[in-house]
Ligand binder design. Structure first.
Ligand SMILES: [Zn+2]
Length: 181
């Protein structure tokens, strides 16, 4: 189907897809920063130019508009009434590209979190942002925590439980009260 927009209108229209510093992105950035996370934004050398990159967590976050990225089952995703085929194709292509970028990132060892615009509506925002915190903490503990905090009493003599500590470090850190046991 022919494009009904002039090239100029089309260009403006398309440029919005990749627009940066959108309000949803800023909400997440402020939230993460306030909780002590440090990150880089719009990292061009990674596939898909992730909106937020948390290197320490080996995690990237995409903040997606529900329309442009075709959020399935979302009430904010409605195809325009005219040019339905055009929009359908366009959004399918966006979704396919999103998928390929995610696959590339995962192959590179990144965790990919996709945040939808609708998840930041005021009524659900806190819940979803707190969910994001949990996810990040979980990822960190699962994959990157060098010193696992195992209560010494429970660890006993099983040094394997202190995942990455050498025996010397383990003894040095051992609380005094346990040394006479
Ligand atoms: Zn949505």
């Amino acid at each position: 189907m022919a494009d009904v927009l002039t090239p100029e209108q089309r260009r403006k229209c398309m440029s919005r897809i990749r627009s940066r510093n959108t309000r949803p992105e800023i909400i997440i950035r402020k939230f993460l920063f306030a909780h002590g996370f440090r990150f880089r934004i719009n990292v061009k050398r990674l596939p898909g130019t992730p909106d937020i990159v948390l290197r320490k967590y080996k995690t990237v976050i995409f903040v997606n508009g529900c329309f442009w990225h075709g959020h399935e089952g979302c009430r904010y995703f409605r195809l325009p009434k005219s040019n339905v085929d055009f929009w359908k194709n366009k959004i399918e292509r966006n979704k396919e590209r999103d998928l390929q970028e995610r696959i590339k990132l995962r192959d590179m060892g990144w965790h990919v979190i996709q945040f939808w615009e609708c998840q930041l509506k005021p009524s659900v925002r806190n819940e979803n942002l707190n969910g994001l915190l949990c996810t990040l903490n979980h990822l960190f503990l699962e994959n990157f925590a060098v010193y696992r905090t195992v209560p010494y009493g429970k660890a006993g003599k099983d040094l394997n439980l202190i995942a990455a500590e050498t025996e010397v470090e383990y003894k040095k850190n051992k609380p005094l009260k346990n040394q006479n046991n």
